[in-house]
Design a protein around this ligand. Structure first.
Ligand SMILES: NC(=O)c1ccc[n+]([C@@H]2O[C@H](COP(=O)([O-])OP(=O)(O)OC[C@H]3O[C@@H](n4cnc5c(N)ncnc54)[C@H](OP(=O)(O)O)[C@@H]3O)[C@@H](O)[C@H]2O)c1
Length: 278
């Protein structure tokens, strides 16, 4: 990675990306964030160049946009990027399409990516797509950047990114929601917090590894635990009677719809209006 990388937005996602790039020994890294305390931490801990606003972005710099979608219009309005820039823009903003980014930033080298918070420990899952004009060199650079904090999957159909936003972007929260219910059950049953966290964490990790290492399907893993007339079967039957699978699927569908909604907002508004999605 020879070019300078400018990460804009040093919140949860931006910081995970920065840590991944540092792990890759990315030498020329600059971070833009409005928060003075966040800038100081990044500068003091990692010796990074930091800036309050992105005034000095070069035409050839790689820009990683990790700001909330709701602030993108204002950012674009700032016109920090020159219209004839050749550098790559990698956006991790939920919902905002490559077409919107290309239009509002007047650039055609755009990657739209959805990472997730396990990126913080280099265990991220990032699904991404490229605008049709993105060249092979920039595509390779983007993969290199995104793989610095986990695994990647490239999709050719951009509409899949909304579903990936639900599955992968939101996935850790959905799994943690289930994990929290398991942990609450453990504590109500008499385990202390530490032991409850140990059990639930190891069950999640073990199941994830079992899926990964053995290549068994989720259904097979489920069936292998469900001894006929046994304890797990009783629990799964209860989930089935109460349509838990349907609830999970509809929750994911709602999340995916919200991603589309965020994106459509920019499409509905005419170019240059720079309004803000709710
Ligand atoms: N969190 C996730 O799991 C996840 C997963 C996939 C994608 N994403 C996407 O990643 C992006 C960031 O999410 P996040 O969870 O990291 O949010 P976050 O923790 O709120 O971080 C956003 C950061 O961007 C800063 N910021 C806002 N406007 C800016 C501007 N114009 N220039 C520079 N910095 C600016 C914010 O500063 P202030 O707080 O001072 O405003 C904050 O530090 C979002 O677009 C989100 O859709 C997040």
């Amino acid at each position: 990675m020879m070019k300078r990388i400018v990460v804009i937005g040093a919140g949860h996602m931006g910081t995970a990306i920065i840590l991944g790039l540092l792990q890759k020994h990315c030498a020329d890294l600059c971070v833009v964030d409005p928060s003075e305390s966040r800038r100081n931490i990044l500068n003091e801990r990692h010796g990074l160049k930091v800036a309050k606003s992105p005034e000095n972005i070069g035409d050839d710099d790689i820009v990683v946009l990790a700001i909330p979608p709701q602030t993108f219009s204002t950012f674009a309005k700032g016109a920090y990027l020159r219209s004839d820039r050749t550098g790559l823009v990698i956006s991790v903003m939920a919902g905002v399409t490559t077409a919107t980014i290309s239009n509002l930033l007047a650039t055609n080298q755009v990657i739209r990516a959805i990472p997730n918070t396990p990126s913080e420990i280099f265990q991220g899952m990032t699904v991404f797509c490229a605008s049709s004009s993105t060249n092979a060199k920039n595509l390779a650079i983007a993969e290199d950047v995104l793989q610095s904090f986990g695994k990647t999957l490239r999709v050719m159909d951009e509409s899949l990114i909304d579903h990936a936003t639900a599955l992968c972007g939101g996935g850790p929260a959905f799994v943690a929601y289930f994990a929290n219910a398991m942990q609450d059950f453990a504590m109500q049953s008499g385990f202390n917090h530490t032991d409850a966290a140990l059990m639930v964490g190891q069950v999640l990790r073990g199941t994830a590894d079992l899926l990964d290492v053995t290549g068994k399907s989720a259904t097979q893993i489920c069936n292998e635990v469900m001894t006929p007339q046994g304890t797990t079967e009783r629990g799964i039957f209860h989930f089935m009677e109460n349509n838990l699978e349907l609830i999970v699927r509809s929750g994911l569908a709602k999340s995916s719809a919200r991603s589309r909604e965020l994106g459509q907002f920019f499409n509905v508004k005419t170019r240059g209006q720079h309004a803000r999605p709710k």
